[in-house]
Design a protein around this ligand. Structure first.
Ligand code: GAR
Length: 190
């Protein structure tokens, strides 16, 4: 059984799907949810599933050991970023080489980088009159959204779409694919 940590700062719909998916499998266990916002919806999802949480602070994350000791003491094998918006410090990347992946709600390399997250991405994609968007799952390196791609899926954008309807399409793609991609990457890398 491999133990994964999900890092999330938002509503946590992806975290919920990942937890649900692995609850019926005996290969991967969601061992902890790591969050930087005390009022994030993902904390309630963790509580509902009896999954422990770590509420992290800027000081330890960016100027301390980035919670490496705590993650290692929990025997975490793999890290999944699911709507986590802080940049990952080098120390944490070095502790989990090729064992940390992120999901981004657009077709990278377009619409990525600092400040490009959540609805901002969808608003920009709509403003640019793109005909399609999608999701990118990639390894995490020291540059925002620039790690090696693992998986992409696309959806079309209609003239009637706005940022909210596009966000809904993207969430559907994420929920369908992310758990399966995690399963195959953890399997390959461990
Ligand atoms: C997801 O759409 C994810 O791709 C995005 O945040 C959302 C979180 O939703 N991540 C980024 O924008 C990272 N740059 P959720 O909290 O419902 O899973």
């Amino acid at each position: 059984m491999k133990r994964i940590a999900i890092f999330a700062s938002g509503a946590g719909s992806n975290a919920a799907k990942i937890i649900e998916y692995f609850s019926t499998r005996n290969t991967i266990e969601v061992a902890v949810i790591v969050c930087n916002k005390p009022d994030a919806g993902v904390l309630k999802i963790a509580a509902d599933h009896d999954i422990p949480t770590i509420l992290i602070g800027k000081e330890t994350f960016f100027r301390g050991d980035a919670y490496v000791a705590e993650l290692k003491s929990l025997n975490i094998d793999f890290i999944v970023l699911a709507g986590f918006l802080w940049k990952i410090p080098q120390q944490l990347i070095a502790a989990y080489p090729n064992k940390m992946i992120n999901i981004h709600p657009a077709l990278l390399p377009k619409y990525g980088g600092k400040g490009m997250y959540g609805n901002k991405v969808h608003e920009t994609v709509i403003a640019n009159k793109e005909k399609e968007s999608g999701i990118t799952i990639h390894f995490v390196n020291e540059h925002f959204d620039e790690g090696e791609h693992i998986f992409q899926a696309t959806c079309s954008i209609d003239e009637t779409d706005d940022a909210a309807t596009l966000a809904a399409k993207i969430h559907l793609l994420e929920h369908e694919h992310f758990p399966k991609v995690i399963e195959s990457v953890v399997d390959e890398k461990n």
